[in-house]
Design a protein around this ligand. Sequence first.
Ligand code: XMP
Length: 504
Amino acid sequence: SVVILDFGSQFTRLIARRFRELGAYSVILPGNTPLSRILQEAPQGLVLSGGPSSVYDEAAPRPAEGVLDLDVPVLGICYGMQFLAQQAGGNVKRAGKREYGKADLTRYGGQLFAGIQGEFVAWMSHSDSVTALPEGYQVVAETEDTPVTAIENPETRRYGVQFHPEVVHTPKGGQLLANFLEQCGVTRDWNPEHIVEELIEQVRAQVGSGKVLLGISGGVDSSTLGLLLARAVGDQLTAVFIDHGLLRLGEREQVEAALKPLGVHLVTVDASEEFLGALQGISDPEQKRKVIGREFIRAFEREARKYGPFDFLAQGTLYPDVIESAGGEGAANIKSHHNVGGLPDDLAFSLVEPFRTLFKDEVREIARLLGLPDAVRTRHPFPGPGLAIRVLGEVTPEKLDILKRVDDIFISGLREFDLYDRCSQALAVLTHIQSVGVMGDERTYSFTAALRAVSTDDFMTAEWARLPHEFLATMSNRIVNQVHEINRVVYDITGKPPATIEWE
Ligand code: XMP
């Protein structure tokens, strides 16, 4: 294996992910992990991650005693390289110029760059630089601003790169990491099946004979988690799916059909009357979200008491949530993140979060291996408050019913014309605008529906999807013909920012 020592970089997890993509097994351990613990992993190579510290700070984190004496290849990235250089007798200084973003290597070579050709774009993020080389080392890459961008000691197989080979902005970084694996002599046969087996083992070890509660939202993360837990602990799991009446047409049935046959002990609770009752008379978007959040916790607590007591609460927390809430050792706190806020003390469980080290696409891959049907596995994200934030203003059963039919025509249409997977999220909105139309020979005065589709990587910013006009025409036709309460259909051509993806 490769052991990655984490000195607090936000990208540490990505190093493990790249190794995984290359078929190599790696583990991330805190930067100061004792040698004895590291040896348990039978390391064939070590990576020292980046981090926010400066090597000349008094409190600068460092590997434990003896770790760097191991006779295995070592790759230092950013802070890791500076540490290697300083520790071997070189010098590190605050650079005159902070280098941030993409930089072209003006020259590169050596073992790490073996076989790499053409331009090499490197993602930089540093304010310290190596200014004097330790003995035995040579410079193997430079940029215009940083004369010492990569170093190596071919004899001791110590390597350092100032840039981040693990991020996508360093397109040839994967090849560089593959070269490092080659130096380590790591076999590249690690695959997603291994990950599933490992996760199952971990869950069994953590849960023992305890009882586990899981909330199912209908999305890919919680559904996959349900399948994994059912495999790991069988009937010790109770999965609760609260139908708040704000789901899309047929969604509840689809989730049940996906999970029950695969052995998930699924309890579906129809709480739509409570939710709709609580939403009556409320038209402010934030107020609607609050009411739904409150009702959700109420319903979930009630079911937990009914089927409990439980020892564990399972959550589909993903790695990006962990980074954001500073779960990774040393990572700077970016924002606090609450998946399940507000559960009362007498329902205090230990958390089971098997996906804490994974990214979304890895969960999708695991979902495929566990047999989650494509319809659920490749589904667009859907907000917790559901259709309530897509019926503008007050939510009534009648309006929900209209929106469900419009949404179904649009989403089925996207699938039918092979456009669903080409957008990141698509939705329909029922506006409160009524306008004049003519149908047959009759004047109508009915509602306007809006369609929205976006493409985005992270949902923080988004482009409106350039759906073909012919497709939009077909959708508009189907909607006004099949949903009589609608006489006008518009397509949202606003990006985020300035608009958000949802309308409320
Ligand atoms: P916005 O509308 O803020 O949405 O551009 C970004 C992404 O977040 C989803 N979203 C929510 N998800 N609870 C959720 O679980 C919410 O209250 C909520 N509001 C927005 C939205 O669907 C999009 O994917």
